[in-house]
Design a protein around this ligand. Structure first.
Ligand SMILES: Nc1ncnc2c1ncn2[C@@H]1O[C@H](COP(=O)(O)OP(=O)(O)OP(=O)(O)O)[C@@H](O)[C@H]1O
Ligand SMILES: [Mg+2]
Length: 236
């Protein structure tokens, strides 16, 4: 289970993020990059973030801690930006927070070296979840305390946008061209990822984001479908 914290202050919008994530402080004295359930991309990107972080952790890949952030839209009342106001107004309740890594640098393949085993494991992971957001232009990797950190997995698991056609995703080839680590990923790796670890990643997704999916009889049925997709692709 992810921890739930309550937001206490809206600090600033993160303009470089397409979904307008916001920096927020919370009642545990943490500072989080918050992605909002009311953003255009909707709750499915948040579901993908949680599942991917769980899988990454199971593979010992470094991901900042995720938390659920309870947001009161009133926290945005002093924000002059109407876009931010609207976003918070449509995001009352649970949202997704990622531990903010202060001073982190965007990964630059010309400046930062990554160990071959780590690079190959990241590539294996991205192929499993179908991550197209790890390009040279937009690597979604941070360097912090001299280590590589993986962020931004909202654009993965695209099958959940069209469940009736989800099956074809299982065997869909992954295009490594343009992957920011493709040249450093020279190691042969066979990461171990158990069914149980996949299930446990799904358990982190709160029920409220898994209800009302057409064709599914509640959150647990939907969780089981995600698990089946991921096991299928892992074993392909
Ligand atoms: N945990 C973090 N610590 C420090 N900086 C972060 C963190 N998460 C995100 N950022 C910064 O905010 C930017 C936007 O975050 P992210 O990529 O997750 O948002 P997004 O809206 O999905 O972005 P896009 O779709 O434009 O790639 C990152 O490129 C990074 O510079
Ligand atoms: Mg990004």
């Amino acid at each position: 289970m992810l921890r739930t914290v309550t937001a206490t202050r809206y600090v600033t919008p993160l303009r470089e993020g397409g979904s307008l994530p916001g920096l927020m402080e919370a009642d545990d004295l943490g500072t989080y990059v918050v992605k909002y359930v009311g953003a255009g991309q909707g709750r499915k990107t948040l579901i993908a973030e949680i599942i991917c972080a769980g899988i990454a952790r199971a593979l010992s890949l470094p991901v900042p801690e995720l938390v659920l952030v309870d947001v009161d839209p009133l926290l945005g009342r002093s924000e002059p930006d109407e876009e931010v106001q609207d976003l918070l107004n449509s995001s009352a309740g649970l949202n997704l927070g990622m531990d903010f890594l202060p001073g982190a640098l965007g990964f630059d393949p010309l400046a930062h070296q990554v160990d071959a085993t780590l690079a190959s494991t990241v590539l294996w992971f991205d192929a499993l979840v179908g991550n197209v957001d790890r390009s040279w232009r937009n690597p979604n990797l941070l360097m912090w305390h001299r280590e590589l950190w993986l962020i931004d997995h909202g654009a993965t698991l695209v099958f959940h946008h069209a469940w009736p056609r989800a099956q074809s995703w299982i065997t869909k080839p992954y295009d490594v061209n343009g992957h920011v680590l493709s040249e450093m990923a020279t190691a042969t790796v066979e990461p171990e990822l158990s069914d149980e670890q996949i299930r446990s990643a799904l358990d982190d997704v709160p029920d409220v984001w898994l209800t009302d999916e057409p064709g599914f009889d509640g959150p647990d049925a939907l969780r089981a479908a995600y698990v089946q997709q991921l096991i299928g692709r892992r074993d392909r």
